[in-house]
Design a binder for this molecule. Structure first.
Ligand code: H79
Length: 606
């Protein structure tokens, strides 16, 4: 398909050039490559950084997830919207904002010691309250609080001192305080709103203040681009770049106007994504501080998410939600210190790395690369030797990053002609040297050479992720789509189906299991089953019902557990390339969730 698109594009380009009276291909090309060069230049530090701190801090931190004695279920910074708190009432929180324990050096020190290279803080969240001194609106931390202090000045100085890129979050579309901002329909009449006025009178001037008064800003992090037009998104990006040409703009500025792509909150993609992207993630279930939220991710989970995201080519922006007093919660501080310990030993396998040469994810962990190096980020420490299939590059040396001496590990490499398989075997110590992820560095010559096809793994399982499925559409109306995580959404039409091509080295009989995802919507999580589906492989068919036979979640899909359904068994007789099709016979859609396929797994029986 890709080549068809390219041919069409080339044809279009030729057509356009032929039509125009004075074709100026040279000029067009120059200006296009200049824009790309500027973008590359801007993104240089960010591509090397890989790990940043997100800070959500505002009036909602004072409310701490509670309003009039009642605990609110939504994310803490959404309390004003959730309770439809009138502007005048919410503004009284400003009178209580006096963070006597705030210390910029402490915060930045926590980020630096964790190995984070950038810090992005809420200059203005959806509640519309500016956490910086603003001349444009008095609804800000200096003018409206008893503190009368601008924390962004301190943070900017502390970041400069510690070599951390200082960045701002700014809610450019939603503003529940401004009469013309998006989102507040309890104080204001939606039909009377003039978004462009808000955009011109508040957004652009405040963004200018942020880019003028706080030194070099690494990144402007915009969010929820509801209602903002393509012209406005582009204008805002140009506005940022005009004031500070080196400031990056994130994807949620909207309408494709950003310098890189933002994944969904806490959503990790199902394989390598060869673009610039980032996952913003929470440490518990909120961004802004909530005193009743104790659902902390473990350090182990966080480090695993980090290596997985970096191995897939992304950045990890990990959030803390300081209290109204200005204190980062102790569970966050403890975890960040532990992450920092891990980074001191293993940071070389994170910073300035490129993604895994294998496009798919591994159950055992992840892979990152650097020129001449492959880092195996081992999560499941093997009982015996570690085996990797499909690496063609010769490995000159292997050692554990946790071993300061870099003692060479015993390795063997061979090509199994019968199975047409490259096998790397590494002898490892019996016990993992690190509690979260242990890293093996492999030294190779040049770029890694690998077999990139989906393939059976050394434990003989075969995983067919939605992320790599060929999608076969049918009919009109809403089509099934793969989301960022590689989960099928909007799959309601039984005539749409998926297929995969993969390499089998050890044929036999396999149990066929479907993993379907739960869906999170507002306060509840739900799942829909009862679909009848058919799996066809090598002229054989297994048909069954998608039923709930248990849930499965790991560090990659913590918030969206998979539901396991065994369909039956299937036999693959010969090694080689295999084609598998997954075709619904009937899809249930009463709950409007449908068939949310995440992956098909083939597990050897016997
Ligand atoms: O700043 C953080 C969030 O406040 C903001 N983005 C991150 C970085 C954000 N999260 N979700 N959204 C924006 C979109 C809103 C989703 C909603 Fe809901 C679903 C609003 C109401 C239902 C999530 C669930 C928020 C409240 C309940």
């Amino acid at each position: 398909m890709e080549w068809i698109k390219r041919v069409v594009l080339i044809a279009l380009a030729i057509g356009l050039a032929a039509c125009s009276q004075k074709p100026e291909p040279v000029k067009t090309e120059t200006s296009a490559s200049t824009a790309q060069e500027l973008r590359d230049k801007r993104l240089q530090w960010w591509r090397a950084a890989r790990f940043g701190m997100f800070i959500h801090w505002g009036l909602y931190s004072v409310a701490a997830g509670e309003w009039k004695g009642k605990q609110e279920p939504w994310i803490g910074e959404w309390i004003m919207k959730r309770d439809k708190i009138p502007v005048a009432e919410y503004a009284t929180l400003a009178k209580q904002f006096n963070p006597v324990k705030f210390n910029a050096d402490t915060w930045v020190g926590i980020a630096r010691n964790a190995g984070m290279k950038y810090l992005t803080i809420t200059a203005k969240h959806h509640d519309g309250f500016a956490m910086f001194g603003s001349k444009v609106s008095s609804y800000n931390v200096v003018d409206a609080t008893p503190w009368h202090h601008d924390p962004m000045k301190d943070l900017s100085a502390a970041c400069a001192k510690d070599g951390i890129r200082f960045c701002f979050y700014y809610s450019q579309a939603q503003d529940w305080h401004d009469p013309n901002g998006v989102g507040n329909d309890w104080d204001y009449d939606e039909s009377k709103k003039d978004f462009h006025k808000y955009f011109e009178d508040l957004v652009k001037p405040q963004v200018k203040e942020l880019l003028t008064n706080y030194g070099p800003i690494g990144l402007m992090w915009f969010d929820t681009p509801f209602k903002i037009s393509k012209e406005e998104s582009q204008e805002l990006a140009a506005w940022v770049h005009r004031i500070q040409p080196e400031t990056i703009v994130n994807g949620r500025i909207g309408n494709g106007a950003g310098d890189y792509e933002e994944m969904g909150d806490n959503q990790i993609p199902g394989g390598v994504v060869k673009r610039d992207w980032e996952v913003p993630a929470t440490m518990n279930d909120t961004w802004g501080y909530k005193k009743a939220d104790h659902n902390w991710k473990s350090t182990e989970t966080i480090v695993r998410q980090l290596v997985d995201i970096v191995g897939k080519g992304g950045n990890y922006l990990l959030n803390v939600g300081p209290t109204g007093e200005g204190v980062i919660p102790q569970p966050s501080v403890e975890r960040l210190a532990q992450i920092g310990e891990w980074m001191k030993v293993n940071g070389d396998s994170i910073y300035s790395t490129t993604p895994s040469p294998f496009p798919y994810e591994f159950d055992w962990g992840a892979i990152t690369t650097k020129p001449g190096k492959i880092f195996l980020q081992i999560i499941d420490w093997p009982k015996h030797d570690f085996l990797l299939y499909g690496l063609k590059s010769k490995v000159n040396n292997a050692y554990l990053l946790a071993d300061a001496q870099h003692t060479p590990l015993k390795i063997t490499q061979n090509h199994d002609d019968a199975k047409n398989l490259d096998i790397l075997r590494i002898s490892l110590p019996a016990k993992a040297p690190d509690p979260y992820v242990s890293v093996v560095a492999l030294e190779i010559d040049g770029q890694p050479q690998v077999n990139t096809a989906l393939a059976q793994q050394p434990d003989h399982t075969i995983t067919l992720p939605g992320f790599f499925a060929d999608v076969h559409h049918s009919g009109s109306g809403e089509h099934l789509k793969m989301d960022n995580r590689g989960v099928a959404t909007n799959w309601f039409n039984k005539d749409e189906w998926l297929s995969w091509d993969f390499e089998v080295s050890d044929p036999g009989t396999f149990a066929v299991t479907l993993l379907t995802s739960e869906k999170r919507q507002r306060e509840k999580t739900d799942w829909e089953g009862g679909h009848i589906v058919r799996v066809e492989v090598g002229g054989k068919t297994v048909e069954g019902k998608v039923t709930n036979q248990g849930r499965l979640s790991n560090f990659r899909n913590l918030l969206w557990p998979d539901v396991v359904s065994k369909l039956g068994t299937i036999t693959i007789e010969k090694p080689g390339m295999i084609h598998l099709a997954l075709k619904p016979v009937k899809i249930n859609s009463e709950k409007k969730i449908g068939f949310m396929l995440h992956a098909v797994r083939l597990t050897p029986v016997r």
